[in-house]
Design a protein. Structure first.
Ligand code: CA
Length: 362
């Protein structure tokens, strides 16, 4: 064999080899191993809420052949539960799972990304986010915090909480020491109550020793686990400060931009799955939990009408005051309120009469 022929042969063999290897090499180059840490605001005991981040992590791994790994840490493991936004903003972690209304101290507009008292139901919040312009408005707001956020679950309408004594009218709220954080707490304060902010684990002992007269948490499934029914038998509804609170995945803007397009798609679709799964879990788990609580002697009560009316009036006074001094809040509030009013027009025609007939007419 002439040397030239040998070289030619070797050349074509390696070219053929390169052609076979090329797709694999290209794929490997396009899909690097990426390892992220997700800081959750929530304890593992809140399996439905905490679990949403695990759904996200598992689906993202499955869609990327395990190459995009998101490790989930419970509240407090990496950063305190109420500082997840800060950790994502400054890049301490790549992403987080939190409730945006924890951050109303920075700007009250964060509440639109989670829950406003007398605001949207879970269905309506989802509609606003996915198809009503809400996500775009909130993304613009979150840009100021170096974050891209995604809807990441919803509990559905929460309960109004556990009361040691019955609430017969607005007057019974005077001086009532109640664990109720956020905007709900601000409104309760204007109605004469004394709101307290306590993490979940501290509520039971405070109720037990009488430091609290009442406490709100989530709903039957989560509340049952913390045992409030053993001390405070009066369980009120609805949690008008959380008609459909949304949880959110928060991603650091630079980390998001640096992610390969395929991984961004995987994250996005996994977040949608986690968002839908949480509400389904609550809707399936709350009814049997409620029945078990009633069997334990829990008394279910609706808040008196004067409490509901005063709370709603106070809520909108608070929003209007905020809009007058906070341009970011005002911008979103105008759009949010327009959407809310239009949802109400529709839901009272079809959804509410159907539900009312189904639930109440024998
Ligand atoms: Ca709550």
């Amino acid at each position: 064999m002439h040397r030239r022929d040998f070289l030619k042969g070797a050349g074509s063999a390696s070219l053929a080899g390169a052609a076979v290897l090329a797709p694999q090499l290209a794929q490997a180059a396009d899909t690097p191993v990426v390892k992220w840490r997700l800081a959750s605001s929530f304890p593992k005991s809140l399996d439905t809420i905490y679990g949403a981040a695990e759904i996200l992590s598992k689906r993202v791994a499955a869609l990327t052949n395990g190459k995009f790994e998101i490790r989930v840490f419970a509240g407090g493991e990496l950063v305190p539960g109420l500082q997840v936004l800060d950790a994502v903003q400054n890049g301490t972690v790549e992403c987080g799972h939190s409730a945006s209304y924890y951050y109303v101290g920075k700007n009250m507009a964060f509440a639109f990304d989670c829950a406003m008292p007398f605001g949207l139901t879970a269905r309506q919040q989802n509609a606003w986010m996915v198809a009503g312009g809400g996500l775009e408005l909130m993304r613009e707001f979150f840009k100021g915090y170096n974050i891209v956020q995604f809807p990441g679950g919803n509990t559905g309408t929460q309960m109004g909480g556990w009361f040691r004594h019955e609430i017969k009218s607005l007057a019974d709220l005077k001086g009532l020491k109640m664990r109720i954080p956020g905007l709900g707490g601000k409104i309760m304060a204007r109605l004469g109550a004394v709101p307290q902010t306590l993490p979940g684990g501290d509520i039971y002992p405070a109720l037990e020793r009488g430091a609290l007269d009442a406490a709100e948490w989530v709903g039957p499934y989560d509340d049952e686990k913390l045992g409030f029914y053993k001390i405070a038998k009066h369980y009120y509804y609805p949690g008008w400060w959380e008609g459909g609170p949304q949880l959110s995945f928060m991603v650091n803007q630079q980390k998001w931009t640096a992610l390969p397009e395929q991984y961004r798609q995987a994250f996005e679709v996994a977040a949608i799955e986690a968002n839908a799964a949480m509400l389904a879990q609550y809707d399936a788990k709350n009814p049997p939990a409620m029945m078990r609580l009633v069997q334990q002697g829990v008394k279910l009560h609706a808040f008196p009408k004067d409490v509901m009316l005063a709370a709603r009036r106070t809520a909108f006074e608070l929003f209007d005051e905020e809009a007058a001094k906070n341009p970011a809040f005002k911008k979103i509030y105008i759009e949010w309120k327009r959407f809310r009013d239009s949802e109400i027009q529709w839901f009272k025609v079809a959804e509410a009469p159907y539900a009312n007939f189904l639930y109440y007419v024998k």
